[in-house]
Write a protein that binds this ligand. Structure first.
Ligand code: GDP
Ligand code: MG
Ligand code: ZN
Length: 222
């Protein structure tokens, strides 16, 4: 496995994101930008998805963390077709510049899906396009019903919201319907799926969404 360390390069993110997008389009490869606060379960969901869909989808993951290669090691152990760790050295999000040299080196044609696991943070990851097709926000039921209203940009920018760890609901006072209502207040068209990678509840609906998005991207003009 390879670890890339990036310094604070921040120039012209939009331009780089467009170039990344063109490269993904040439390969008709679906790319997701997976965002959440730290600990919502991004890596756990990816590990489960890779294990469940092994044999059907070749999934690659670019991991973004301030430090360590722990997540890419987990992804590799889960049997991913490709795993790469980016260390941002303090930066609290991934931007288009950081993934550009990584995707240039990769064999994008060997994948059915590429996921970028962003740095755990509900704020600035939403501000930086990577050239992805879809932004996905993972939000766990332990984070408080008010967060979609407090961090609206994340929920406005995202195409899909995954409400995670619903296996915990019997132990909590969390109002799941209120989480939905607050997210829909800031983004009325937001697609919302409830799931748990621990119990497996809701995963089939997520996989159905993935398959549909992959099919749509494959049919899109290069
Ligand atoms: N109860 C429960 N815990 C989960 C679930 N998914 C992940 N976790 C736990 O959440 C913690 C953070 O998971 P991780 O994948 O490292 O989160 P990340 O920081 O978003 O990548 C770990 O202790 C996981 O065991 C779930 O579906 N249910
Ligand atoms: Mg992680
Ligand atoms: Zn940041």
């Amino acid at each position: 496995m390879k670890v890339t360390v990036v310094q604070g390069i921040m120039d012209a993110n939009k331009r780089v994101a467009r170039a990344n997008q063109a490269l993904f389009a040439r390969h008709r490869l679906l790319v997701l930008n997976l965002m959440s606060s730290p600990g919502a379960g991004k890596t756990a969901l990816l590990e489960r998805t890779i294990r469940d869909l092994r044999g059907e989808l070749r999934i690659g993951v670019i991991e973004g963390d301030i430090q360590t290669s722990l997540d890419a090691e987990r992804i590799e152990r889960a049997g991913a077709a490709y795993a790469h760790q980016i260390n941002t050295q303090g930066a609290c999000h991934i931007d288009g510049n950081m993934i550009a040299p990584v995707i240039e080196e990769m064999d994008l044609g060997a994948l059915d899906l590429l996921v970028v696991e962003n740095v755990g943070n509900l704020v600035c990851p939403a501000e930086f396009d990577l050239g992805e097709d879809r932004k996905v926000v993972l939000f766990s039921v332990t984070e408080g019903e008010d967060k979609p209203k407090k961090y609206p940009l994340m929920f406005q920018e995202s195409d899909l919201m995954l409400v995670h760890k619903i296996d915990l609901l019997p132990h909590l006072d969390t109002d799941l319907a209120l989480i939905h209502r607050h997210a829909l207040e800031v983004h009325p068209d937001l697609t919302i799926l409830d799931l748990s990678c621990k119990s497996g509840q809701g995963l089939e609906a997520f996989y159905t969404w993935l398959r549909a998005e992959i099919a749509r991207k494959r049919a899109a003009p290069a």
